[in-house]
Design a protein around this ligand. Structure first.
Ligand code: IK2
Length: 429
C-alpha cells in the first residue's frame, strides 16, 4: 500500500526563490545584484568583535549558552530597544535571540497562528511569510500596496505605493489573527510613514489583532526618512512582535543572529517553539553582537555610529544604480529604505525570448535569461507576490545595491552595453 512520505504541512511550500536563484547566480557566474547581502567587509569593529569572541580568551564561548539568548546580548538588546520603543524591557522575558530574523519569523507564526487563522500580508512581501503562515495551518490574506496615480510622481518612488485603508479594513474577518508589517519593505524599499502605521495600529486595536513587524532594515533609511516602530504607537506594545537582524544591521548576514521583542504573554509562546526547534543560536556570534551593540549604544546618533554611517554610504550606491537604470531604460522605483530597488522592465528595448513554460511570469523569464546570457543576477519581483497576483507585477525585477563599487560598476557596464545593442538581436554581446 502506498503511503505519503512527507507531512501534509509541506504541501505547496517546497519551492524557494533563494534556493533556486542563488544556485543560478553561481551556475552562470554572474555579477550578483540578486540576493540581499553586502559583498563588502563589515566595519573593523564588527570583525574585531567576532575575532575576539572566537579567540579562546573565554573558553566558555565555545559552549552552550542560555536557550533564549546569551546573557550579555539579551541585556544590551533590552537596553538598546527599550529606549527606542519607550518600554522597560526585561532581558529574560521581552527578548528572544534567534538564528537570524528568519527563525524569529518562523517562531512567531508557529507560536501565534493556529489552524484556520488568517494573517493579513501586505504585497509585495518578503516571500517566506506566506509558506510560514501555511505551515502553521493558517491562511494568508493579501492586500496590495498600489502606486498612486501619475501626477504625484507615479509609481517611480516607493513612498507613492500605498494601502487603501478601507480595503485593508475589508480584509479583516472574525478569523483574522494578525497583520504582518515589513518596514522598510523588501522588495519595494517603502518606509511606512507614522500616519500609515497609525491606520494599521488603529485597526489592530479596534479588532484585537496582533501585529508582526519585520524591521530588519530599520537602520537603512534614506533621504532623512524616519523609521517608525509600530510597537511604539499607542496600544501596540502588548500586541506586537518586533523582529530584527544583526546580519542586516552590521553587514554580516552570514552570522545569522536575529531577535524578537515583545510582551512576555506573546514571547513565551515563541520561546516554546524556539526551545523545541533550535534551542539556541551560536554562543560566540551572540557574544560578538553584544559587543557591537554596546559600541553602538555609546555612539548612538553620532557620526561614529555605524547605524548613521551605513545608510549614508548606501544612499550613494542607491543613487548611482538608479542613474544607470534610468539611462538604460529600466525605470527604477526609488526606495526610501532597505537594500533593494525595483525596476520596471516593460520599456526596456530588448525583449527576451519566451519561456517554454507558458505560465511562467515574464520577470522570471527575463531574469533567468539575463543571468544566463548577460551574467547579471537580479530577482523577479513576482516572487514577492501571491500566486493569483503574480502576473500584475511581472514587469518588475529587483536589484540589490548593497555591493562594493566595482560590483556596481561591472553591473552598470553590462547594462549599458546591452542597452546599446539592437533590440532585434538580444543574443549579441
Ligand atoms: N525579513 C526580511 C524582510 C528580509 O529581507 C530578510 C533577509 N532577506 O534577504 C534575502 C533577500 O531578500 O535577498 C529576513 C527577514 C531574514 O533575515 P536574517 O538574515 O537575519 O535571517
Amino acid at each position: 500500500m502506498s503511503r505519503q512520505i512527507q507531512a501534509r504541512r509541506l504541501e505547496g511550500v517546497d519551492k524557494n526563490i533563494w534556493v533556486e536563484f542563488v544556485n543560478l547566480a553561481a551556475k552562470y557566474k554572474t555579477v550578483n545584484l540578486g540576493q540581499g547581502f553586502p559583498d563588502f567587509s563589515p566595519p573593523p569593529f564588527v570583525k574585531e568583535a567576532f575575532v575576539r569572541a572566537v579567540s579562546g580568551e573565554q573558553p566558555m564561548l565555545n559552549q552552550y549558552t542560555h536557550a533564549f539568548g546569551h546573557p550579555p546580548l539579551v541585556k544590551i538588546l533590552a537596553q538598546f530597544y527599550g529606549k527606542l520603543l519607550r518600554q522597560d524591557l526585561d532581558p529574560l522575558s521581552n527578548v528572544l535571540v534567534t538564528v537570524g530574523a528568519y527563525e524569529a519569523l518562523f517562531c512567531t507564526f508557529q507560536a501565534l497562528v493556529d489552524e484556520g487563522d488568517e494573517v493579513i500580508i501586505i504585497e509585495p512581501f518578503f516571500d517566506c511569510y506566506e509558506p510560514m503562515v501555511k505551515m502553521a495551518g493558517g491562511t494568508a490574506v493579501f492586500i496590495p500596496l498600489r502606486p498612486k496615480a501619475a501626477g504625484n510622481g507615479g509609481s517611480s518612488f516607493s513612498g507613492n505605493w500605498q494601502l487603501d485603508p478601507l480595503e485593508l479594513e475589508g480584509k479583516v474577518t472574525a478569523r483574522t489573527k494578525a497583520i504582518m508589517v515589513n518596514t522598510p519593505n523588501n522588495p519595494l524599499g517603502k518606509v511606512f510613514k507614522r500616519e500609515e502605521l497609525k491606520i494599521i495600529s488603529d485597526l489592530c486595536v479596534k479588532h484585537n489583532l496582533f501585529c508582526f513587524s519585520d524591521e530588519v532594515y530599520e537602520w537603512l533609511v534614506y533621504d532623512g526618512n524616519e523609521h517608525v516602530r509600530i510597537a511604539s504607537l499607542p496600544g501596540m506594545w502588548n500586541r506586537t512582535i518586533t523582529i530584527g537582524s544583526a546580519g542586516k544591521s552590521f553587514s554580516a548576514t552570514g552570522w545569522k543572529v536575529g531577535w524578537a521583542l515583545g510582551p512576555d504573554h506573546l514571547l513565551k509562546h515563541l520561546r516554546t517553539v524556539h526551545q523545541n526547534a533550535v534551542y539556541h543560536c551560536a554562543t560566540a556570534a551572540q557574544e560578538a553582537v553584544s559587543y557591537m551593540f554596546q559600541r553602538e549604544l555609546k555612539c548612538y546618533g553620532t557620526p561614529d555610529s555605524y547605524f548613521v554611517q551605513l545608510p549614508q554610504e548606501l544612499q550613494q550606491k542607491r543613487d548611482r544604480l538608479a542613474r544607470c537604470l534610468t539611462e538604460v531604460g529600466m525605470e527604477p522605483i526609488i526606495p526610501e529604505g532597505s537594500y533593494f530597488m525595483m525596476a520596471d522592465i516593460s520599456r526596456f528595448k530588448t525583449k527576451v525570448p519566451p519561456s517554454d513554460d507558458a505560465d511562467e511570469p515574464y520577470d522570471y523569464t527575463f531574469v533567468t535569461w539575463m543571468m544566463k546570457n548577460k551574467h547579471l543576477a537580479a530577482i523577479p519581483v513576482s516572487a514577492f507576490y501571491s500566486t493569483p497576483h503574480r502576473k500584475s507585477c511581472e514587469h518588475f525585477i529587483r536589484f540589490c545595491f548593497v555591493k562594493e563599487n566595482p560590483t556596481l560598476e561591472a553591473a552598470e557596464e553590462i547594462l549599458r552595453r546591452w542597452s546599446h545593442q539592437q533590440p532585434s538581436d538580444p543574443h549579441t554581446d
